[in-house]
Design a binder for this molecule. Sequence first.
Ligand code: PHE
Length: 350
Amino acid sequence: MNELDSLVTNARESFARSATPAELENAKAQFLGKSGRVTELMKGMAQLSPEEKKTRGAAINVAKQAVEAALAARRQELADAELQAQLKAEALDVTLPGRQRGRGGLHPVSLTLERIERIFGSMGFEVADGPEIETDWFNFTALNTPEDHPARSMHDTFYVEGGTPEAPNLLRTHTSPMQVRYAVQHVKKHRGLIDAGQAMPEIRVIAPGRTYRVDSDATHSPMFHQCEGLWIGENVSFKDLKVVFTDFCKTFFESDDLVLRFRPSFFPFTEPSAEIDIQFQSGPLAGKWLEVAGSGQVHPNVVRNMGLDPERFIGFAFGMGPDRLTMLRYGVNDLRLFFDGDIRFLSQFQ
Ligand code: PHE
């Protein structure tokens, strides 16, 4: 192979190795640039005779054109490749499903609260809502809870900075303050009837909502839910509590296959008091007693704080844990899952 042929071959190889336009321009400079190999050959003709110049010049020109053609071809190739890559990167796959907005849904505890409201609503209970930042009076004192009661200690109760005993100064530790809050309003509305010795429409209310205690583990969260229930009239007995709560549990769990147990207990605001336990007769939880609520006959002191005469008015209250009910209903074993906000967990309830 003569010198010119190998120069053309070198140029082709060098262009082929250039993977980008910038590399190709560098390679071009080595052959066609000011001190490139083709240019050097041209300069080398200076000493030749006119006759030799003619043939040599023609040969170099042929080689130069071959190099230029190879360069142009490679430029085109790289430009094509770049276009292809760009098209590929910007390609629209019209067969892909469109981007949709995730469909929202209700939180499992909200589902439970709605369910509780529906069931008690069907039994003639109102639904009431109250403040989460409470006063000492509604959270404790009105509920017959003495000053030195352990529940008032900083270990259990979140106190709000700057509060005073008259102004809201704590996060409610239960929904029970709603008993007196609601009853006072109800009594105010019907004061005339009551004082005239006529029948007062019964107080029948539930009050679901958030409650707070200094407590945190797999079964306790510093924020948790409760639902209060209150039924006050002139002739409301513990038997009514049993009937109502049994009915509620059977409807809530969609099962007749469960039994209730009223286990003697103590709360300052009820007397007598009972924990309500349920036991499933079949299914994965069969045989275990599960605590679902605190309850009792409303204490005379509390009835008095409602503005009613405890000799005439009587009734019961209960406080249940919707978080617990949700765990039982869906078989969830860690309460914290409800409040982590993990969409993989939450979306399972939609
Ligand atoms: N408030 C009580 C608690 O948080 C539950 C309860 C409510 C008990 C109503 C009796 C009556 O444990």
